[in-house]
Design a protein around this ligand. Structure first.
Ligand code: SAM
Length: 268
């Protein structure tokens, strides 16, 4: 187990201004700005040079403007990619006459998977499989403990931990329906006693646990800290994978491997 440097910690500080509005809002404004710029170029070419810009270069301009603006805005790389792909995707769906039921099905699937990501700003992505033994090194090797994963996704972390420490109590709360149902099925198939609830972790009582584990997003960390310090028992641990709490130095920073996120630990 290796303790990370302070620089690692600083590099994970969230951008305060991006937290004011959801990234989707920035993304929408950027698409509108890119459309206006593209139309400006189209009109300039037409009225100044008497040249009608063909549709494909125009679409390319739009995509390049949108991704460049999101880069300048400091958005994450996946937003830059989404901004680039979005205009041709819209045009392609119109050109190929994508059926409304297909779009509706895709929408429902995304809704069940990501649910209130727009509000929570925490999409689903799993923690790495090397994490469970690293977490367990921080906990008493013989005494049973209680552990909650707030945002338990498909339940993989809890299942792996339970295999390693069957005597301890593991629970998960997940806000999105599809990951929650999948995690329920996995736990049922394993005949495991991991308890999984579909709810917002904000409604969860942290005083019930020795360890609260989070793999969420920078946007929610200040609120999570307020909840943790008002509810968690003295001596309990708050663990956050990848994301630090701004202005609250952790008691431990664990390097979990090359190209793997840092695990931050605060003892209450
Ligand atoms: C990055 S994934 C982490 C999955 C899992 N903890 C792991 O380590 O593999 C974050 C999960 O938190 C869920 N989530 C986001 N906001 C939440 C909230 N307010 N309450 C409960 N779950 C939430 C998301 O739906 C997503 O499945």
């Amino acid at each position: 187990m290796e303790v990370a440097s302070v620089n690692d910690r600083e590099s994970k500080q969230p951008q305060a201004d991006m937290a004011l509005y959801p990234p989707a809002f920035h993304a929408l404004l950027i698409q509108v700005a890119a459309l206006v710029l593209s139309l400006f170029i189209f009109s300039a070419a037409k009225f100044i040079f008497n040249f009608v810009l063909p549709a494909i270069p125009l679409l390319l301009f739009h995509s390049i403007f949108a991704s460049a603006l999101s880069l300048i805005r400091g958005m994450d790389w996946w937003w830059v990619l989404i901004e680039f792909i979005f205009p041709p995707a819209v045009v392609a769906s119109l050109l190929f006459g994508l059926s409304a039921s297909f779009s509706f099905f895709a929408f429902v699937l995304m809704l069940l998977l990501f649910w209130s990501t727009f509000r929570t700003q925490v999409p689903y992505f799993p923690s790495k499989s090397n994490l469970p033994p690293i977490i367990l090194e921080l906990l008493p090797p013989t005494l049973p403990f209680s552990f909650v994963d707030i945002g338990s996704g498909l339940g993989g972390l809890l299942i792996d931990l339970k295999k390693l420490r069957p005597e301890s109590r593991f629970e998960g709360v997940e806000i999105a329906p599809l990951p929650w149902v999948i995690s329920l099925i996995r736990v049922w198939l394993l005949r495991s006693d991991i308890k999984l609830r579909m709810r917002d972790y904000v409604r969860c009582d942290f005083s019930q646990y020795d360890v609260v584990f989070a793999y969420l997003s920078p946007a929610v960390m200040p609120g999570l800290w307020e909840k943790a310090r008002s509810e968690m028992r003295s001596g309990a641990m708050l663990m956050s994978y990848e994301f630090i709490i701004p202005d609250v130095p952790p008691d431990m920073e664990i390097n979990t491997g090359e190209n793997s996120p840092v695990l931050y630990v605060w003892r209450i």
